[in-house]
Design a protein around this ligand. Structure first.
Ligand code: FCB
Length: 472
């Protein structure tokens, strides 16, 4: 007897379904099968980031490091008395060759250039202003502008006129006002041609190296003195900010943007699981990265009992310039504040894995992203006022630049208000106390002949500038 068809079909159907399911399972386990692709939600391919049309692209230098023969300042004096192997001397002879150097910057597509004015040339003796020096810097600015390059002018990049250093430099409570007077003179003479001013370069680094570890002039090692210097630097900045704005108002010029170039570092704990190390990394972050900026933004700042400052004015910053190079690993060994600040353990740290440059600094592009996100909280435009490396080989510089610009683009995509990027430095420079060994320049300088040679990394940076984009 034949079984009714339905009874026959059912198990057969079941078998087919079962076989089909097994097959499907096998097929789906085989990821390479094109017939039955897995349905995994596909993330859209990250797109290249396009920078705003008016983004500032360029490089930076400072007077003492490139001009040569700045004989009338405290650094020159320091170099003569200290057993340095190399002194700044003729440096890159930029005082005489600035126009040619700017031609190269122009050829590389830069639309902005940061340089500093040497106070000791403008005011060689107290209260005497040298018109020929002022005129020199006017020529520098006009040379840039004639090539379509906007000047960003730093008013004080570490060096002080000798007469001022001899009467106490930033330790003296007269200095903020004297700085204000110098700034007013420079602004009146050059302001009509300048939109971006930087009052001070790296005040925290200045106070630390000059007054705590004593490696820079005046070679003092005293925490209380470093604190006084910091306060005076802040007052000097506030004075300069007020003078610049007042001159522009009085002359009826369109108001400029005034900021500082502030050193920032990533601080990481030597041992992640040690709360003391984590605490010292946080403490350093607060002191080194934020204290000075907080004071300028809010008009006051304090750091436990150690530092307390109340300024005449809040909001004396139109943009924040960040100088970013590397990260530091710190650990702590005690409960005193100085011990809590920690000691560095970078050399032997296993997480210090990035490429190291000639000076041993780790390349850590992620840090730029982190800091940009962090500093976005101040709700002010941010300029990367320095970022660079003294590479052992030029290819490392090419990678360094691309990786940092990518990190910056990532932060910008997430809303960081970055207005520009300046590579340190345009040409090879004299590095403070280190001599001519570290080569930071986009342009190589032959110190024997003063010949210039554009490095391959400069050309790669130029390609990014011209395309206005960076791939993700
Ligand atoms: C920064 C300084 C700059 C240069 C670079 C390498 O801290 O501002 O003058 O020396 O480091």
């Amino acid at each position: 007897m034949r079984r009714p068809q339905t009874q026959k079909v059912k198990p057969c159907f079941k078998r087919h379904v079962a076989a089909g399911l097994v097959l499907l399972l096998l097929v789906s386990m085989n990821a390479g099968c094109a017939l039955f692709p897995k349905r995994i939600p596909v993330k859209p391919a990250p797109q290249a980031f396009t920078f705003p049309k008016d983004f500032l692209w360029g490089a930076a230098t400072s007077a003492h490091q490139v001009e040569g023969n700045n004989t009338n300042n405290d650094w020159w004096d320091w170099e003569q008395s200290y057993p340095f192997e190399e002194r700044s001397g003729r440096a890159s002879d930029h005082w005489n060759r600035f126009d040619k150097d700017f031609q190269l910057a122009h050829a590389l597509g830069h639309n902005v250039h940061r340089f500093s004015i040497e106070w000791s040339r403008i005011e060689p003796r107290e209260g005497e202003f040298d018109l020929s020096a002022i005129n020199h810097y006017r020529q520098v600015i006009l040379s840039l502008k004639s090539k379509g390059i906007k000047p960003i002018v730093t008013l004080n990049h570490f060096t002080l006129p000798l007469w001022l250093a001899r009467q106490g430099g930033w330790l003296s409570d007269q200095t903020p006002e004297l700085f204000g007077r110098y700034v007013q003179t420079v602004t009146e003479a050059l302001g009509s041609e300048v939109h971006y001013w930087i009052t001070l370069n790296e005040p925290m680094a200045y106070a630390f190296h000059g007054y705590m570890n004593g490696k820079w002039p005046p070679g003092i090692k005293s925490l209380p003195k470093a604190v006084i210097v910091l306060k005076h630097l802040l007052e000097g900045h506030v004075s300069a900010y007020g003078k610049i704005k007042a001159v522009y108002v009085q002359k009826g010029w369109p108001l400029p943007m005034v900021g500082i170039a502030h050193q920032v570092l990533i601080f990481a704990p030597c041992t992640e699981s040690a709360w003391g190390d984590r605490f010292s990394a946080k403490l350093r972050n607060r002191l080194v990265n934020h204290l000075f900026i907080q004071a300028m933004v809010h008009g006051k700042a304090h750091f436990f009992g150690l530092f307390r400052v109340q300024l005449d004015k809040p909001r004396t910053l139109d943009f924040i310039g960040l100088n970013y190079y590397t990260r530091e690993f710190v650990s702590t060994h005690g409960m005193q504040l100085s011990e809590m600040m920690g000691e560095e353990c970078a050399e032997k740290h296993p997480r210090n894995v990035g490429q190291r440059n000639f000076l041993g600094w780790e390349t850590y592009p992620e840090g730029l992203y982190t800091l940009l996100k962090d500093f976005s909280g101040y709700k002010l435009p941010i300029l990367i006022s320095e970022n660079g490396t003294c590479a052992n080989q030029d290819g490392e510089r090419t990678d360094f630049i691309a990786q940092h610009i990518k990190a910056m683009a990532r932060a910008m995509r997430e809303g960081a208000p970055v207005m520009g990027y300046l590579y340190w430095s345009l040409i090879d420079t004299y590095e403070w106390g280190e001599g001519f060994g570290p080569r930071f320049g986009l342009i190589e300088v032959n110190y024997k002949t003063q010949e210039r040679k554009i490095r391959e990394s400069a050309k790669k940076y130029s390609e990014i500038i011209r395309s206005g984009k960076i791939s993700a």
